[in-house]
Design a protein around this ligand. Structure first.
Ligand code: CU
Length: 172
């Protein structure tokens, strides 16, 4: 009797295993529908706009590290310093570099360019556009056009800020 019970138990488990396998297959057919939802991540990407506004704060941060704009059309970019600390201690600017520029080398030269608000005159050829150096509560708007599609690094060249204040301007 015991053997028969054991055998029937084994058979029952076998049946359960088969049915559970069968059940596992049905969710798999649902997975593609879930996968189609993942492109909604693209909603997190910043909208392409040639009117750009970016903020810098007293915590040495930009409020975004990615900007997007269209090639060949004028771009209006406003940098707002939303903090309160004066520019001597917490100055912010936004400098957009030509593709291929060595950002670390550029930032190193900028540190020594205090007289020109940390914009190194010798590196003008590497700069697409830049704002003024701002203190808390100030803002600056610049206009420029980028003809070539690509990914351009931007940074704040105030000494020490590039470690945290940097990002990319994607021109498409
Ligand atoms: Cu800064």
């Amino acid at each position: 009797m015991n053997k028969k019970i054991k055998i029937s138990l084994v058979m029952l488990m076998g049946v359960l295993a088969i049915t559970s396998c069968g059940k596992k297959e049905t969710p798999q057919t649902e997975e593609p529908t879930e996968a189609t939802e993942t492109p909604s991540d693209e909603g997190n990407k910043p909208a392409v706009s040639n009117v750009l506004v970016i903020e810098g704060n007293d915590q040495m941060q930009f409020n975004t590290n990615e900007l997007r704009a269209l090639a060949g059309k004028p771009i209006t970019l406003t940098l707002k310093h939303v903090g309160k600390i004066p520019k001597e201690a917490m100055g912010h600017n936004l400098v957009i570099l030509q593709e291929g520029t060595d950002e670390a080398a550029f930032a190193a030269k900028a540190i020594n360019a205090k007289d020109t608000d940390y914009i190194p005159a010798s590196e003008k050829a590497s700069i697409v556009a830049h704002t003024k150096l701002l203190g808390g509560g100030e803002e600056d708007t610049i206009e420029f056009t980028v003809d070539k599609k690509g990914t351009y690094n931007f940074l704040c060249t105030f000494p020490g800020h590039v470690a945290m204040m940097r990002g990319v301007l994607i021109i498409e």
